[in-house]
Design a protein around this ligand. Structure first.
Ligand SMILES: Cc1cc2nc3c(=O)[nH]c(=O)nc-3n(C[C@H](O)[C@H](O)[C@H](O)COP(=O)(O)O)c2cc1C
Length: 83
């Protein structure tokens, strides 16, 4: 059995997923952990640990972002990360 995300007809869609997350009060961290339980071989990477990097190289086949909405917009650290 190969781990990963499968389509309904059992085609392997992706494996080695990286989830970049930002959380202040823990809700987005909780969501990230729940995603990890459902998507095997998923790494959880805190966005704040990457803010001093010029470039971020993902090793996953797919990357996801989890973050809250603050004051109707993306939190500043997430904006910095995306730029
Ligand atoms: C200062 C502040 C501003 C927020 N602004 C919004 C908002 O504009 N829209 C929204 O849907 N939720 C808003 N929220 C709710 C957060 O998005 C929600 O509580 C989220 O689950 C927090 O995620 P976290 O625990 O990962 O930080 C706001 C929360 C805070 C503390």
């Amino acid at each position: 059995m190969m781990y990963g995300v499968y389509s309904l007809n059992r085609e392997l869609i992706m494996s080695n997923v990286e989830i970049y997350y930002f959380s202040m009060t823990g809700n987005s961290l909780h969501v990230t952990k729940e995603l990890q339980k459902r998507i095997p071989e998923t790494n959880r990477i805190p966005i704040v640990s990457l803010l001093n990097k010029d470039r971020v190289k993902t090793n996953g086949e797919a990357a996801g972002l989890v973050f809250p909405i603050n004051s109707m917009t993306i939190p500043i650290p997430v904006k910095k990360f995306l730029i």
